[in-house]
Write a protein that binds this ligand. Structure first.
Ligand code: GN1
Ligand code: MG
Length: 362
C-alpha cells in the first residue's frame, strides 16, 4: 500500500493544530500511517489502518485504559509518565479519534523527544534494554483487568488459525502466485503438526493468559538518545490478553537476527544466540520471577512459533496479492517469508543453546 496520504487542514484543525504545522511522514511500521506534527510542540499523528483494525474505537478504548493505568504505576515509582508511556491527545470535541470525510480514523499522541525507535538492533545492550522494557511492561500490567480489554484482532497469535488462513489463501490463489511458492508451502506444511503446541497448553489451562503487547519488535521501544536506556513501550494497538511466550518470541524473531526482516540475501540471515542471550537477560531480569516453570520452559517455543507464524502470514499475504502488509515491490512479502523461514530453521537447530541460556538467567 502506498504512503501518499495528505494530512488535510481539517484533520489538523480537529486536534487543534494550525494549518501551517510542519508535517513529516515517519516510516517504519507495516500497518498504520504515521506523521510527526510540529506546532508549538511535537506530536505523533496516525491514520489507523481500517482494513487491519475494523474497530478503531475499541483500540482507542484499550489504549486509553492501559496508558492511564501505566501512568499511575509510573508515578508511583517516581517516574515521568509524560515520557515513559504514550499520552493520547484528544480532539477539540473531546474524542480520542477523528474520522475524516473519507471515513478514515485518525489519532494523535504526544511525541517523546530525545528518544528514538530503532528498526535494527545496533548492539546487544540495546536489545537487552528492549527485553527489560517488555518484561517490565508485562509486570506493570499484571494487575490490569484483562477482561475489560477488547480483542482488537481476533485470533491474532493463534498459530493453527494462521495456518488455516494460509491454506485458504492457497486455495483461492487470488494473485495467481501459488505455483511459484511450492518450496515455501512445503516448508510451512512440514511444521503444521506442532504449531498448536502453545495454544493447546493454553486451552488445557497449563499456561496462563496475561496482558501482553503482541507486537514486541525492537522498533516498538523508544530508547533514550542520551542514556541508551529503554524509555517507553509504544504501538499499543494489539495489547490484549495473550501468552508470555509469544511476546518473548516476537522480540526474538525480530531482534535476535543478523539481518533486516526483508533481507533477500539469505546468507546474511542468521538466528544469533548472543543476541538471544542479551534479550533473555533483560526480559528475565524484569519478568522472570512472575513466570511459571512451564512459561519459562516454553519461551524458546514462542520464538520458533512466532517466527513461523509471521512467516506464514507474509506468505499468505503474498498469495492474497499484498493486501495486509505495506510492500515496496512485488516480491516483498515473499522475501520476508523466506527470511523468517530461514530463522525458523536455525532456531530448530539451536534449541539446546536457547534452553541453556534460559537456565542461566533463572
Ligand atoms: C506488523 O505494526 P507493525 O508494522 O509494527 C504486524 C505484526 C508483525 C509485524 C512484522 C497489527 O507490525 O504482527 O509481526 O508487522 N502488526 C499487525 O514486521 O498485524
Ligand atoms: Mg504494530
Amino acid at each position: 500500500m502506498e504512503h501518499n496520504i495528505l494530512v488535510t487542514p481539517e484533520i489538523l484543525a480537529a486536534f487543534g493544530f494550525s494549518p501551517e504545522s510542519r508535517i513529516t511522514p515517519l516510516t517504519g511500521g507495516h500497518i498504520n500511517d504515521t506523521f510527526l506534527v510540529e506546532d508549538n510542540g511535537k506530536f505523533t499523528l496516525q491514520r489507523i489502518n481500517r482494513y487491519v483494525f475494523p474497530s478503531p474505537q475499541n483500540i482507542m478504548e484499550n489504549i486509553t485504559g492501559v496508558t492511564e493505568f501505566l501512568r499511575e504505576k509510573i508515578l508511583a515509582r517516581g517516574g515521568d509518565p509524560d515520557r515513559e508511556t504514550l499520552n493520547i491527545l484528544k480532539t477539540r470535541d473531546g474524542s480520542t479519534l477523528f474520522v475524516d470525510e473519507n471515513g478514515e480514523p485518525w489519532r494523535c499522541m504526544t511525541y517523546v523527544d530525545g528518544a528514538s525507535s530503532h528498526e535494527t538492533v545496533e548492539n546487544p545492550a540495546m536489545l537487552g534494554e528492549a527485553g527489560r522494557a517488555f518484561g517490565e511492561f508485562q509486570n506493570l500490567l499484571s494487575g490490569y483487568p484483562a477482561d475489560t480489554l477488547h480483542e482488537t484482532i481476533v485470533n491474532f497469535h493463534n498459530t493453527p488459525e494462521r495456518y488455516r488462513q494460509l491454506m485458504e489463501a492457497a486455495n483461492q490463489d487470488k494473485a495467481g502466485r501459488l505455483a511459484s511458492v511450492a518450496a515455501e508451502m512445503d516448508f510451512a506444511a512440514k511444521r503444521e503438526q506442532d504449531c498448536a503446541l502453545l495454544m493447546d497448553l493454553l486451552k488445557e489451562g497449563k499456561l496462563p493468559l496475561r496482558v501482553t503487547h503482541n507486537d514486541t519488535k525492537m522498533s516498538n521501544v523508544l530508547i533514550d538518545d542520551t542514556t541508551g536506556k529503554a524509555l517507553c513501550v509504544i504501538d499499543l494497538d494489539t495489547v490484549m490478553p495473550g501468552l508470555t511466550a509469544f511476546d518473548f518470541g516476537d522480540s526474538i524473531r525480530a531482534g535476535a537476527t543478523t539481518a533486516a526482516e526483508d533481507e533477500a540475501d539469505l546468507s546474511k540471515v542468521h538466528f544469533d544466540l548472543g543476541l538471544f542471550e542479551a534479550y533473555t537477560q533483560g526480559f528475565l531480569s524484569a519478568a522472570g520471577e512472575a513466570l511459571t516453570p512451564l512459561e519459562l520452559q516454553t519461551l524458546p517455543d514462542g520464538a520458533r512459533l512466532m517466527t513461523y507464524e509471521v512467516g506464514i502470514r507474509f506468505l499468505a499475504d503474498y498469495l492474497n496479492g499484498d493486501v495486509y502488509f505495506r510492500t515496496a515491490y512485488p516480491e516483498h512479502n515473499l522475501v520476508r517469508a523466506r527470511n523468517q523461514f530461514k530463522l525458523v530453521e536455525e532456531m530448530e537447530q539451536k534449541r539446546a543453546g536457547m534452553d541453556e541460556i534460559i537456565r542461566k538467567y533463572l
